[in-house]
Design a protein around this ligand. Structure first.
Ligand code: F6R
Ligand code: MG
Ligand code: MG
Length: 366
């Protein structure tokens, strides 16, 4: 059976700052899809990561389906009405356009989708991150799909011996989708050369070179490209199929033990370590740190099991402590150097204005 998994996520308002949505808001969005998705979708799972609500759909309509996207958009619009009634902060924040126009891509919500022939056993992971951008997945994906130090399956499993194809997008290009396809292992130096720049080059998808099947889909939108100004960081979602001819769940998770530094954190303008957290976690310290949650499912004939929560394990408490330490070490230097993002990535426009004013005050000494 051919199925489509679609994650569509948006920040439509939150409690106490950019922390987490209200319980009522989550319920309203879920209720809307339950009441209006019959005959269109096979299953639904709703969760939040920080202030973002993600809808995971299983359906049989392919990727980019107008009806599925409209269902999600309308659920977020309905939720926004409640968020306004409740006085939630940033109500409707990620709904950047007034009217739905066929596909939520380019309208604010983030989307990750894949269509595939369901295996008899189909385990997959749904990741959601807050206070960071899609490049946050670059390093964990490189290590899981191209580096035997993190993914021994690349050495040990004959079904992974041919490696994986990375489709990488230049997210600075706004006229269309500018992409390049590169193969691991033979192109890994080129892949690394692109993926080191998390703000410009982002893994969009990964495919098995053994079977040709899709393994990974990442949301690649950049909100400030759409809005022309800061409206929140892009808070990316990702789907990853696991096991068999794909890396094992634990191999995909392994690189999250690093707590690598990513862009985002306070005001979308800082560098902070990515902390793996439990499903339905909020943010806190310095509006962060940047967080990532993982929901591990099986899907069968289009129906989801309940999710397992792989980051809800004593091992990850140890990692979280390390990541908290890394966050504080970076925060000790405040605005200085790498603690804040480079000029082109600073949000809010305040620095640009200051630099323009200051520029006029400079004199060249004779
Ligand atoms: C980062 C984020 C927050 C806000 C900050 C200020 O992605 O959402 O750190 O940037 O709380 O928020 P505003 O501008 O809404 O007062
Ligand atoms: Mg927000
Ligand atoms: Mg968010």
């Amino acid at each position: 059976m051919k199925i489509t998994l679609s994650i569509i996520k948006a920040d439509i308002g939150s409690v106490g700052g950019h922390i987490k949505p209200s319980q009522k808001l989550l319920e309203r969005v879920r209720e809307y899809v339950d009441n209006n998705g019959k005959g269109l979708i096979d299953d639904l799972y709703v969760s939040h990561t920080g202030d973002d609500i993600a809808l995971l759909f299983s359906h049989q309509n392919g990727t980019g389906n107008e009806d599925v996207h409209k269902l999600a958009w309308d659920a977020f619009v309905t939720g926004t009405e409640l968020a306004k009634e409740q006085g939630l902060y940033g109500a409707g924040q990620d709904l950047l356009k007034d009217a739905f126009s066929g596909n939520v891509k380019g309208m604010g919500p983030a989307v990750a989708e894949m269509e595939f022939e369901e295996r008899p056993n189909e385990p997959f992971l749904f990741f959601a991150a807050d206070k960071t951008d899609p490049g946050a997945y670059n390093l964990p994906l490189f290590l899981a799909f191209a580096d035997p130090m993190y993914c021994p399956g690349l050495m040990l499993s004959p079904s992974m011996a041919k490696g994986f194809k990375f489709t990488i997008m230049d997210v600075e290009y706004t006229e269309g989708d500018r992409i390049v396809e590169l193969n691991a292992p033979e192109d890994i130096y080129d892949i690394a050369a692109l993926l080191r720049d998390n703000e410009r080059f982002v893994v969009e998808s990964v495919h098995s070179r053994t079977t040709g099947e899709i393994a990974v889909a990442v949301s690649t939108s950049r909100l400030h490209n759409i809005a022309g100004k800061y409206t929140g960081k892009d808070d990316p979602v990702m789907l990853a199929r696991v096991q068999g001819s794909f890396p094992a769940t634990g191999e995909v998770l392994s690189a999250y033990s690093i707590g690598h530094y990513v862009a985002g954190f306070m005001r979308g303008s800082h560098t902070g370590p990515l902390m793996p957290v439990r499903i339905n976690s909020a943010v806190s310290y310095f509006d962060g740190p940047p967080i990532v949650a993982c929901h591990a499912f099986c899907v069968h004939k289009g129906n989801f099991t309940e999710p397992a929560d792989p980051f809800d394990h004593p091992f990850w408490d140890y990692v979280r402590e390390k990541v908290a330490r890394k966050a504080m070490e970076m925060r000790e230097q405040g605005f200085s150097g790498v603690a804040m993002l480079p000029y082109s990535e600073l949000e809010y426009g305040g620095i640009v204005e200051k630099m323009k004013r200051l520029d006029k005050l400079f004199k060249v000494r004779s």
